[in-house]
Design a protein around this ligand. Structure first.
Ligand code: ATP
Length: 373
């Protein structure tokens, strides 16, 4: 018999309404034990409200919240085995690092013995690589070190889940990148489930085992970063996770996994459906989504590789040198403007000039046929 592993946190049809606003709308969600999960979406899509309902700062209007299989709907925050780290992590300025870190433990009743607290503080500081910093004042620390103290404070009582609400948003770019790596290593070492709220797609994709994409209070898709990139359920996810070009059309018949699409002005393209969703039906309005790096460029159509089935002509409007790649903005008289990313070939990084006429195309498996969302 296979044993089912109970998720650390589950939402079952959770909604939260504020008057007329549906901040969270019938969300089902499982956080697997020991995973690093991100909630990703634009401002106002309901990420923080989800986090606050997990922490117990807010209660759902409908639905149920489970922590390790226990229904905690209605249970207040201080009785839940979860901690939260905020963007403005607010260390207590009048306390040194050790007293900041042990604050939660010392509020417990009965108070744990002094030696046990000291040991827990040392362990928590070691987790965030701040051994020996216990007696420092918080204002003597850099922004990154202060953030690590906030993490140690949240991890000291070994919560089931650590909830991180845009914890890196206040840091500058370089420090933010260092802290992303630090957070990932920390999560692997302590094995506690981390849930990160962010609107930064690069941050979510680079750090997480699983990413949950939200829009207007709804959960649109959950998957590994790779699944979201390669098999998005719709154009919203394809555009939010990386960049894509979209061409509107009408689905035709499907044959051996490929779907024909009628594009503007009698043009036709072929692509495949995303594995995350059902194939669009014939006659349905669809988007053909092609990633810029999957579009091929050549001087003439006959120079395009054999597998490139869709071929046409376009004009280079702009180009940006990106080192290993060059990004071109090209214009097609019927399809409009779209982006192409070409890898460097020898010294040919800037192979085409602004104003050049070029052949463009893509192989059928590079085009995803997605429902208009
Ligand atoms: P951000 O990235 O800007 O923090 P978010 O995705 O975390 O956004 P939420 O803060 O969860 O979004 O807000 C979701 C929606 O609910 C928004 O429309 C917001 O205005 C509304 N909302 C959130 N909290 C409240 C509240 N206490 N009272 C009324 N409306 C609220």
């Amino acid at each position: 018999m296979t044993q089912t592993i109970v998720p650390d946190i589950s939402f079952r049809a959770v909604s939260k309404r504020y008057g007329e606003v549906r901040a969270v709308d019938r969300v089902d969600l499982d956080l697997p034990k020991g995973s690093f999960v991100s909630l990703l979406g634009p401002s106002g899509c309901g990420k923080t409200t989800c986090l606050r309902m997990m922490a117990g700062f807010e209660q759902p209007s409908e639905g149920e919240v489970f922590i390790r299989g226990d229904n905690v709907t209605g249970v207040p925050a201080y009785k839940r085995p979860v901690n939260m780290v905020f963007q403005h992590y607010a260390l207590f300025p009048h306390l040194n690092v050790a007293d900041n870190v042990s604050y939660g433990l010392r509020q417990r009743s009965p108070k744990p013995p002094r030696e046990a607290v000291a040991k827990a503080v040392d362990e928590a500081l070691a987790m965030v690589r701040l051994q020996g910093y216990g007696q420092r004042r918080t204002w003597e620390l850099s922004g990154g070190q202060q953030q690590r103290v906030a993490l140690a404070r949240a991890l000291i009582n070994r919560p089931a889940v650590l909830l991180l609400d845009e914890p890196l948003a206040a840091l500058d770019r370089k420090l933010r990148h260092d802290m992303q790596i630090e957070l990932q290593n920390l999560q692997r070492n302590v094995g506690i489930t981390f849930l990160l709220v962010t609107h930064d797609q690069e941050e979510a994709l680079s750090m997480s085992d699983r990413v949950c994409i939200m829009k207007d209070g709804r959960l649109v898709q959950t998957g590994t970063p790779r699944e979201l990139y390669d098999e998005p359920v719709n154009g919203y996810v394809a555009d939010f996770v990386g960049k894509s070009n979209f061409f509107a059309g009408i689905a035709g018949n499907a044959r051996s996994g490929l779907i024909d699409v009628a594009l503007a002005d009698g043009m036709k393209a072929t692509g495949r459906a995303s594995r995350s969703t059902v194939s669009p039906e014939a006659g349905e309005a669809v988007l053909v989504s092609v990633r810029p790096e999957q579009i091929r460029l050549a001087a003439a159509e006959t120079d395009l590789p054999n597998q490139v089935a869709f071929r046409t002509q376009a004009k280079v409007l702009n180009r940006i040198f990106l080192g290993e790649q060059t990004e071109y903005l090209v214009a097609h008289e019927k399809l409009g403007e779209f982006m192409v990313r070409s890898p460097r070939q020898g010294n040919q990084a800037l192979a085409f000039e602004i104003g050049d006429r070029v052949a463009v195309g893509w192989p059928p498996d590079a085009a995803l046929i997605l429902a208009k969302d």
